[in-house]
Design a protein around this ligand. Structure first.
Ligand code: C5P
Length: 422
């Protein structure tokens, strides 16, 4: 069995189904968090008959997700993103019913939909009456699931809540924790190098994040923009909020849902983005992840430009304000920590170093966005974090993981400042 140290910094999506063993899942949450993991929970309707969402929310220190059709849940954290934001999915207790649904692809509530949409390893801890456990249907479902890579922590033998005796009691939380650690180790979930999660460490700090592209109008129907999806900036905003910071996200046009617990200001142009950022000052932390258009058309046409005898129009471009450089400039409202991004297609570190000095930001996150990397619009990112002369090069990581690591570094920076103001 892998060491439970492996859980440190990992994110568990815990699906709790409706069985009497649900009470043990409360202890599971507590233990997982003691080992440094964070837990986000989804409850089935039946689970709420056994334990209350309030107990789960208190133990996870997070919102509890229950309703597939809740507009709030969908806008804050769509069912697809529930597993994208996790390293592992744990189904405990796994009732005969939810195992049957997962085996056959049924998804009629948030829990089963999140399980079916999961792109992360799944571990299930079954709990049921011993006759239900031995039933050929349940056993066939378990075979189907294990063949598809679902890891099962078998139930144990003993007296059951129904008064009968046999196999069907959910494994003890400590054993489930051990199995989660083993699953993470076996599936090669990246080690967090002992980086603790930033849970709550940024409480009381005010953060501003820019994200997405900007759109610079040519006329009422045309614009200049770029391929930025906003994924990295949105993930950073979510990670800062998860760390307890009060976050304003100023975002250019993206298709992404608003990250949980952030105030989102949507803008179109670079000038709007700068104005929106300035109204949020003073801030402790600024992360400029937006791909701001460098130029705009000097005077955009008020009516659609027509094809005509004069040939194609000549657009006269002027430079946009540099939001990062403006926010990082010395002054009374200068945030304590300003982090910029340097998206480069060649000599990445060299350009990033020069950019950090030129824009006077404290840190810069350099990434290679040459088309072969698939970074722009993709879910993975390979970055180098430049802090003064120090360069930390991270392996290719999911953008959520890049965000989590960056926010852990921000939390360390503020913790160090509290101890040593110099
Ligand atoms: O100069 P370049 O666009 O490569 O700089 C990238 C960094 O500067 C990013 O952090 C980006 O958000 C920020 N930036 C900005 N305003 C601009 C251009 C870039 O805030 N007009």
């Amino acid at each position: 069995m892998a060491s439970v140290q492996f859980l440190s910094g990992k994110r568990i999506l815990l699906v709790i189904a409706g069985g009497i063993a649900a009470y043990k899942s409360l202890d599971l949450i507590r233990r997982a968090r003691e080992h440094g993991a964070s837990v986000r929970a989804v409850l089935t309707a039946a689970a709420t008959q056994f334990i209350t969402p309030l107990s789960v929310a208190a133990l996870t220190e997070d919102k509890v997700y229950q309703d597939l059709f809740s507009l709030t849940d969908e806008s804050e954290m769509g069912h697809i993103r529930l597993s994208r934001m996790a390293d592992v999915v744990v189904l405990a207790p796994a009732t005969a019913n939810i195992l049957a649904k997962l085996a056959h692809g049924l998804c009629d509530d948030l829990a089963t939909t999140a399980l079916l949409a999961a792109d992360k390893p799944i571990l299930a801890a079954p709990a049921m009456n011993h006759r239900m456990w031995h039933h050929p249907a349940t056993q066939a479902n378990l075979h189907l699931l294990t063949d598809r890579g679902v890891r099962i922590v078998p139930p144990t033998e003993g007296s059951m809540a129904c008064g009968e005796h046999g196999i069907g009691r959910m494994a003890e939380p400590a054993d489930i924790i051990g199995a989660v650690a083993t699953l993470l180790a076996d599936t090669g979930c990246p080690e967090t190098d002992g980086i603790p999660p930033a849970d709550g460490r940024l409480r009381g700090r005010r953060a501003l994040v820019t994200s997405g592209p900007t759109r610079e109008p040519i006329d009422p129907v045309r614009y200049i923009s770029n391929h930025s999806s906003g994924r990295q900036g949105h993930a950073i905003a979510a990670a800062l909020a998860a760390a307890g910071a009060e976050v304003v996200l100023v975002s250019g046009p993206t298709l992404l849902p608003d990250p949980p617990d952030c105030r989102v200001v949507r803008v179109e142009t670079a000038r709007d983005m700068l104005a929106a950022c300035q109204t949020t000052l003073p801030r402790d932390i600024v992360v400029c992840a937006a791909a701001v258009a460098d130029w705009r058309v000097e005077s955009d046409a008020t009516q659609k430009i027509k094809k005509g005898a004069g040939g194609p129009p000549v657009l006269h471009l002027v430079e946009n304000p540099d939001i990062l450089a403006t926010l990082a400039a010395p002054g009374p409202d200068r945030p304590t920590l300003v982090v910029g991004f340097a998206a480069e297609t060649e000599t990445v570190l060299e350009h990033a170093r020069a950019k950090r000095v030129r824009k006077r930001c404290d840190w810069i996150v350099a990434n290679d966005v040459s088309p072969a990397t698939g970074t722009f619009g993709g879910t993975m990112n390979t970055v180098h974090l430049l802090r003064g002369d120090t360069v930390d090069s991270w392996p290719p990581l999911d953008k959520d993981e890049v965000a989590r690591r960056l926010v852990a570094a921000v939390a360390d920076r503020f913790a160090a400042a509290t101890v040593d103001p110099g």
